[in-house]
Design a protein around this ligand. Structure first.
Ligand code: MG
Length: 368
C-alpha cells in the first residue's frame, strides 16, 4: 500500500468506426475521460469511462473541481473507503449519470493500480470465475441498416463463431421490426441468438404488443423496452411475455438494480462499469444478480467488461463493439467466438500513451 501522490485527468474524443443509430439517438462520439493515478511507490493505475457525445466537459469539471483533489494523500488500496468518501462529497449530484461516470474513471484507475501492484489480472483479482465468455455482435444491427445488410452481418459473425447478433428495434410500425428480425432469423437458423434493443423507445402497451411478435422469432432478449425509470412497467412486461427482458445501461446505482431484481422486473442485467460508478459497484450488482439467478451481460466497454464478466460466475455474454482501438496497443483476444480476458496485471488494457497525448484535451494535474 502507498499513498496517492499524483492524479492526472484528461479527455479523449473517440469517433465510432461505423454510424450508430437506435430508436432514440445517434451515437456521434465517445468522449473518454481518463484518470491516471500515481502512488508514493511510483506505481501507476489508469482508468476511464465514457459518454456517447454529451456531458464529457461536465464529467471533467466534476473530476477536477470536486473529486480528484480528495484523492491526494489517501491510501490507494482503500478503494471502498475512497468510493464512499467521493460519493458523499458529491451527494447533491447523485444518483446521477455524470457523477457515476466521473466516479467510474477514478474507481477503474484504483483497481488498475491495485491489480498491477499485486501482479494479477483484473479478471482474477475480482473473482476469477471463468476463462472465456461468449461474444455477440452489435455493430451490424443499427436501426438505419437495411435488412439485406443485417442478414449479411449476422451470417458473417455466425461464421466467426459468435453466439448471436443484436438488432436494434423501434421502427415506426411493429411489422417493419418483425420483417427485419424475420429476415435475420431465416438466414441464421434456430441455433443462433438474436438480441433486440429498443433503447427505451416504447411505452408499456406498445412493448407488450411488440413482445408478442418477438416471441415467435425466439428472440434472446428484449433490451430497454421502456424508459428505465419505470420499474413497475418493466415488471408488468416481464410477467406478460416469454421473451427475457434486459436492462442496465441506463441505471446508475446498485439500489436501482435492487429494485429491478427484487420486483422481478428483468431477466438479464446489463450493468455498465462506466455508468454504475466503476468496478466497486459493478461487482455488487453482479453478485446481487447472482443471488436472483440472473445473468450479467454488460453493456459496451468490451475491453474492460471482458475481465469483469470473467470474474463472476453469472457473466453470460460480452458485447463485441470495439471502442479503444485508437488509444490502445492491446486488442481483446477472441478465440472461436469467445472473448478471453488478458492475463497481464491490471485491467488488461495496454494504453498507447503517445496516441493519448496527441488526442487529449483538458489535461489537469493534481498533486500533493
Ligand atoms: Mg442498449
Amino acid at each position: 500500500m502507498a499513498r496517492i501522490e499524483r492524479v492526472e485527468v484528461l479527455l479523449v474524443d473517440l469517433k465510432p468506426k461505423v454510424l450508430r443509430t437506435d430508436a432514440i439517438q445517434s451515437f456521434i462520439s465517445q468522449e473518454t475521460p481518463i484518470v491516471r493515478i500515481t502512488d508514493a511507490d511510483g506505481a501507476v493505475g489508469m482508468g476511464y469511462s465514457y459518454t456517447i457525445g454529451t456531458g464529457g466537459s461536465s464529467v471533467l469539471a466534476l473530476l477536477n473541481d470536486h473529486l480528484c483533489p480528495l484523492l491526494i494523500g489517501r491510501e490507494a488500496w482503500d478503494i471502498e473507503a475512497i468510493w464512499r468518501a467521493l460519493f458523499f462529497h458529491t451527494h447533491a449530484t447523485t444518483v446521477g449519470a455524470l457523477t457515476s461516470i466521473a466516479l467510474a474513471a477514478i474507481d477503474t484507475a484504483l483497481w488498475d493500480l491495485k491489480c498491477r501492484k499485486a501482479g494479477q489480472p483484473l479478471w482474477r483479482m475480482a473473482g476469477g470465475a471463468q476463462r472465456s465468455i461468449p461474444l455477440y455482435s452489435t455493430e451490424g444491427g443499427w436501426l438505419h441498416i437495411a435488412p439485406e445488410a443485417l442478414v449479411d452481418d449476422a451470417l458473417a459473425v455466425k461464421e466467426r463463431g459468435f453466439s448471436g447478433t443484436k438488432i436494434k428495434i423501434g421502427r415506426p410500425h411493429v411489422a417493419e421490426d418483425v420483417a427485419r428480425l424475420s429476415a435475420v432469423r431465416e438466414a441464421v437458423g434456430p441455433a443462433f441468438e438474436i438480441m433486440t434493443d429498443a433503447n427505451q423507445g416504447f411505452n408499456l402497451s406498445e412493448a407488450v404488443r411488440r413482445a408478442r411478435h418477438y416471441e415467435a422469432l425466439d428472440i434472446a432478449w428484449f433490451e430497454e423496452p421502456i424508459h428505465a425509470d419505470d420499474v413497475g412497467a418493466h415488471a408488468a412486461l416481464t410477467r406478460s411475455t416469454t421473451v427475457p427482458i434486459a436492462v442496465g445501461e441506463s441505471l446508475y446505482s446498485i439500489s436501482q438494480f435492487k429494485d429491478y431484481l427484487a420486483q422481478g422486473a428483468c431477466s438479464i442485467v446489463q450493468v455498465d462499469v462506466g455508468r454504475i460508478g466503476g468496478i466497486t459497484p459493478w461487482l455488487k450488482v453482479a453478485h446481487m444478480a447472482e443471488a436472483h439467478n440472473v445473468a450479467v451481460c454488460p453493456h459496451f466497454l468490451m475491453e474492460l467488461h471482458v475481465a469483469l464478466a470473467a470474474a463472476v460466475p453469472n457473466g453470460r455474454y460480452v458485447e463485441y463493439i470495439p471502442q479503444l482501438d485508437d488509444i490502445t496497443l492491446s486488442r481483446m483476444t477472441v478465440r472461436d467466438g469467445r472473448a478471453l480476458p488478458s492475463d497481464e496485471p491490471g485491467l488488461g488494457i495496454e494504453w498507447d500513451h503517445a496516441a493519448i497525448a496527441k488526442l487529449a484535451t483538458g489535461q489537469r494535474l493534481h498533486k500533493a
